[in-house]
Design a protein around this ligand. Structure first.
Ligand code: ZN
Length: 171
């Protein structure tokens, strides 16, 4: 496994639509393993292939809604599609490609995704709250869409720390 460089905002690769994965081979597995290592190293909750410069429909999301005492685990999604969504949440969202900046983004509270695993087998998975947000955020990357384009506005560090954005989203 190897760490990959995370592409930063301003790079055109982040605004391109990704192609579906068609070969579920060792090369794909190597890429996914590298993405897992890169995500863990960056301490993030999600990573999409274009963020490591690969224009393929692959994302990894960290499932943090786990029973007490259990470790969060990574969900690998190949050629993912949202099949259901409900509810809504509004709050700060960030991105490993946009370090240190956060914006207010409205997302569904619950999201179900259908995808393939690294062997090409189809499955469905549901995410709540942060996981639902991460599914939407990472799938947007596959369309070349950044959270900065979906944010109602960006937040200053002061607003983020004071939590004053909460009044805004609750009003
Ligand atoms: Zn991102």
């Amino acid at each position: 496994m190897a760490l990959r460089n995370i592409v930063l905002e301003g790079d055109r690769v982040l605004h391109k639509k990704c192609r579906p994965v068609t070969e579920f081979d060792s090369r794909l597995h190597q890429l996914i393993d590298d993405m897992r290592e890169t995500l863990e190293d960056a301490d993030g909750v999600g990573l999409a292939a274009p963020q490591v410069g690969v224009l393929r429909r692959i994302v990894i999301v960290l499932e943090t809604n786990v029973p007490e005492g259990e470790e969060p685990y990574m969900i690998e999604l190949i050629n993912p599609e949202i099949t259901a969504k409900s509810g809504e949440q509004n709050g700060p969202e960030g991105c490993l490609s946009v370090p240190g900046r956060f914006g207010l983004v409205e997302r569904p509270m619950d999201v179900t995704v259908r995808a393939k695993d690294r062997y090409g087998k189809e499955f469905e998975v549901s995410g709540h709250e942060l996981t639902a947000r991460a599914f939407c955020h990472e799938l947007d990357h596959l369309e070349g869409r950044m959270f900065t384009q979906c944010a109602s506005r960006m937040l200053s560090n002061e607003e983020l720390e004071s939590g004053s954005w909460m009044d805004e989203v609750n009003s």
